[in-house]
Design a binder for this molecule. Structure first.
Ligand code: ADP
Length: 545
């Protein structure tokens, strides 16, 4: 027997429609890219009602540009109101929003945009030079600069360069969001978090809406219409951890920080817009705390912040709580998980415990959000106990977890229906997960991936290098930084500085290792595989020259 409830597909357009009808006067405030470039600090403010009208104009403009359902539309943009309109205008009309990480090396960006077959690229004013460099390698039929006529460059090598505001002004606001299958793809985000080429996670309308329901729950991010939310986590990083959707869905005020993410800019925007909730990687909060500490400031409205993307150092959790009475929610997730998997909040049973005991729980990566299930397994795939001690490969499943990557048909990603995360973790009897290591071969610096394999391959292309291994070393600001360990070829010479100089121009600057050390041999397993764990042990506490 089937239920007798109405059939409404879960669609992204429903969130902006809801925000317009039920929280229409609530504001979206953006630090504009134009203002940051001109150093005026200009802000743009409007309401969900106005954003909805502009998202509909955008949908009509996209149709005018020849964008059809399922076409990919790329963005290279910071957190701002036009990017927000693209989130709804593109997905809402049935096309696929492809948010690209502008911090990648240009070759990686063009590879990703071509792999996704982006038809149109929308980009912020700060990326004009970058896009001019990329364009000869792309197949986009139009480039839309997310600004007004006054800020359009007088000259540009870009073919078919259009102005966002002009496009919108010419488009009608009359548009009815189409209703279609909720399993339709809505957006995509590439992750370079593993070896080889970047892989595209392809979200659906259904997965996105369910993820928002999960994210907003009290023991997850606990979002409400009383919040003013500032996602510092970029909108090109896995949907800004759901916030670009969740805020309209709960009617929260949205504060978008644009391109200035230093402690001072973030703090001033938080204070002036009375931000209650924020989100970002540990590196950002270090900068913020430094600014606040150094200037004897207080947070007058901020009461909680979600920190994830890398392990949050206990010292940050303690400083926020003890000095500023701000609760840190330590969260873990992945691009492949939309991205939220676990969030650290306490249960009633923790209330009576001494603070140190409570903190031990809060330092962990948290418990699963309803919608996500997780388990830890050993090398044979057998599930390990939840005793807080046994550690194994962390596997997850749920309706917002990927089942496979875009255009990689035939590749088996899941193991018995579970997604192997590449993280190694423990789970305690109360269900709190703690990451202890990573089995995937990558380094996370300031919340962004560095592929150790790419660096090793490049190092080994140098004629004096016999073997090279790149490992993460702990770093106080960036969490992790790459260290290159090199075995020279017999009779060959190369210095640390020559090795580092060799990387110049071949990879992004921030990918270049912080140090190079030379050894006679690298540790290998019986089968000849590099033993990175051993190497990480060996160089624990290494201080760069
Ligand atoms: P995001 O864009 O959310 O950072 P990525 O897919 O780039 O997602 O990175 C996901 C990976 O980052 C995880 O598999 C894990 O290795 C690491 N990670 C994320 N959050 C945490 C955390 N709180 N603690 C430790 N590692 C984390």
């Amino acid at each position: 027997m089937l239920g007798l409830m109405q059939q409404h597909p879960l669609l992204i357009s429903s969130m902006i429609t809801f925000a317009d009808r039920h929280h229409g006067g609530t504001e979206i405030v953006s630090a504009t890219v134009e203002g940051a470039l001109a150093k005026t600090g200009a802000k743009h403010r409007y309401t969900y009602r106005e954003a909805h009208i502009r998202a509909k104009r955008l949908a009509n403009a996209l149709i005018g540009l020849g964008i059809a359902p399922s076409d990919r539309v790329g963005t290279l943009a910071w957190n701002g109101y036009r990017h927000f309109e693209l989130y709804f205008g593109v997905s809402g009309m049935g096309a696929i929003l492809h948010t690209i990480n502008p911090r990648l090396f240009p070759d990686q960006i063009s590879w990703i945009a071509n792999h996704a077959e982006d038809k149109v690229l929308f980009f912020d004013l700060s990326f004009v030079g970058l896009v001019e460099k990329l364009a000869p390698h792309l197949n986009c039929k139009a480039y839309v600069l997310m600004t007004d006529e006054a800020h359009m460059p007088a000259q540009s090598s870009l073919p078919n360069l259009l102005c966002y505001e002009t496009l919108l002004a010419a488009a009608s606001p009359d548009y009815a969001w189409p209703v279609f299958d909720e399993n339709t793809a809505s957006s995509m985000c590439y992750t370079s978090g593993t070896t080889g080429n970047p892989k595209g996670a392809l979200y659906s309308h259904r997965s996105t809406v369910l993820h928002v329901y999960g994210a907003a729950m009290p023991d997850a991010l606990c979002l409400s219409s009383r919040d003013a939310v500032m996602p510092v986590v970029p909108m090109f990083h896995a949907n800004a951890w759901s916030l670009a959707y969740a805020c309209p869905a709960v009617g929260a005020k949205l504060v978008l920080p644009g391109m200035s993410l230093d402690g001072k800019s973030v703090y001033e925007l938080m204070e002036s817009e009375k931000v209650t909730f924020s989100a970002g990687v540990p590196t950002v909060w270090l900068g913020l705390l430094q600014h606040v500490d150094g200037n004897g400031l207080r947070f007058s409205s901020l009461n909680r912040t979600v920190i994830g993307g890398s392990a949050c150092p206990p010292a940050i959790i303690n400083r926020f709580k003890d000095q500023y009475n701000v609760d840190v929610l330590h969260a873990w997730g992945m691009t492949e998980m939309s991205p939220l998997g676990t969030v650290g909040t306490l249960k009633a049973k923790h209330d009576g415990l001494p603070i140190e005991k409570q903190r031990e729980t809060l330092y962990k990566q948290g418990h699963a959000i309803f919608g996500v299930d997780m388990k830890i397994v050993d090398d044979t795939g057998a599930e390990l106990p939840w005793d807080g001690k046994a550690f194994g490969d962390l596997h997850v499943q749920g309706p917002w977890v990927t089942s496979g990557y875009y255009k990689r048909d035939g590749e088996t990603v899941l193991i018995d229906g579970w997604f192997p995360t590449g993280d190694v973790a423990t789970i305690d009897p109360d269900g709190y997960m703690q990451i202890t290591d990573r089995s995937k071969d990558v380094i996370k610096s300031g919340g962004e991936w560095i592929s150790s394999i790419d660096i090793e391959n490049l190092a080994m292309s140098h004629p004096a290098v016999a073997e090279a291994a790149c490992i993460a070393m702990a770093h106080p600001k960036w969490d992790e930084r790459p260290l290159l360990v090199v075995v020279k070829k017999a009779g060959q010479e190369i210095s640390r500085d020559e090795m580092l100089a060799f990387f110049g121009g071949k990879i992004a600057k921030w990918w270049i290792p912080d140090d190079v050390v030379f050894v006679n041999e690298l540790p290998h397993t019986a089968t000849g595989k590099l033993q990175k764990l051993k190497l990480r042990e060996q160089f624990k506490g290494h201080v760069p020259a």
